[in-house]
Design a binder for this molecule. Structure first.
Ligand code: ADE
Ligand code: ZN
Length: 315
């Protein structure tokens, strides 16, 4: 089954490039940039990957991103992810990057963007993988800071297809970013947002009504609100679901409790994605395989999920 799932043509629509930083590359970049790490070796770092919630993960994810310093580092990070895409027959990807994670450490916006974008362009030419890049704002920071980031991004407007919203969800509702999302749409950018991962269904309503999002990232808590479910089904609003992430961050206690197939069978346009594969134990194929192993996902269901990912592309 793994090989069959691996061979399915698919798109990945929810992937944080910083979350694809494998421990081996993290150590190599630390050495290249002469950065001392608090972990003795790759194994010690990997064993720290045990989380009770989103925030515990984010603390380590932002710490890990500190090894990314130069344009070449961002290129190498992105290229390593694209090689994984190639190996798993991901033919199109719409990754996120978090510029504020880097600019707040003094790394210029253009250093981050140039490294990522050059790798994505090379990936199109050399690997045949198409892409659309999404600039994601950190929701634990202020809207004013998001505006500053947006201004830094505007000279490179054509490098992006959309803006997104990620980081700590609870206490940072989508409405906090309504004005900066209005501005992004006025520049012709599309919008997406993480909502309903740990946060309540109200956050999904706000993301739809106030941020005018085209896709919901995660959205698994929509199932608690029947009126919301009906809207998502009627309007065929895609959900970018990340099964291994949801179990590693204790959104579901166990993969057998995951609701993705229930949603699929109700007619929700759900897709399978890896979120932060270096931290959660696998890339897209491993996420599909987990659904087969724990929920008995059939080949026919896998084909519908893969087709949904191709249909839910923004570009
Ligand atoms: N940033 C990286 N991964 C994330 C996730 N799963 N939720 C929110 N922010 C994130
Ligand atoms: Zn995410």
């Amino acid at each position: 089954m793994y090989d069959w799932l691996n061979a399915l043509p698919k798109a990945e629509l929810h992937l944080h490039l910083e979350g694809s930083l494998e421990p081996e590359l993290l150590f190599a970049l630390a050495e290249r940039n002469k950065i001392a790490l608090p972990w003795n070796d790759v194994e010690a770092l990997r064993s720290a990957y045990a989380f009770n919630n989103l925030q515990e993960f984010l603390d380590l994810y932002y710490a890990g991103a500190d090894v990314l310093r130069t344009e070449q580092d961002f290129y190498d990070l992105t290229w390593a992810y694209l090689l994984k895409c190639k190996a798993q027959n991901v033919i199109h990807t719409e990754p996120f990057f978090d510029p504020q994670t880097h600019t707040d450490r003094g790394i210029p916006f253009e250093v981050v963007l140039r490294g990522i974008k050059q790798a994505l362009v090379d990936g199109e030419k050399q690997l045949g993988i198409s892409h659309g890049l999404i600039l994601s704002f950190l929701r634990h920071l202020s809207e004013e800071e998001a505006f500053k980031t947006f201004e830094q991004a505007m000279p490179f407007r054509d490098a992006f297809i959309a803006v997104g919203l990620d980081s700590s969800e609870m206490g940072h509702p989508p409405r906090k970013f309504q004005r900066v999302f209005d501005k992004a749409r006025s520049e012709g950018l599309l919008t997406v947002a993480h909502a309903g991962e740990e946060g309540p269904p109200e956050y999904i309503w706000e993301a739809l009504d106030l941020l005018k999002i085209k896709r919901i990232d995660h959205g698994v808590r929509a199932i608690e609100d029947e009126r919301l479910m009906q809207r998502i089904i009627d309007e065929q609003i895609p959900l970018t679901v990340c099964p291994l992430s949801n179990t590693k961050l204790c959104v579901f206690d166990d993969m057998r409790q995951h609701n993705i197939l229930q949603m699929l069978e109700r007619g929700v346009k759900v897709t399978v994605n890896s979120d932060d594969p270096a931290y959660f134990g696998g890339y897209v194929t491993e996420n599909f395989a987990a659904l087969h192993e724990s929920l008995g996902m059939t080949k026919e269901q896998a084909q519908r999920l893969a087709q949904n990912s191709l249909d839910a592309r923004l570009v």
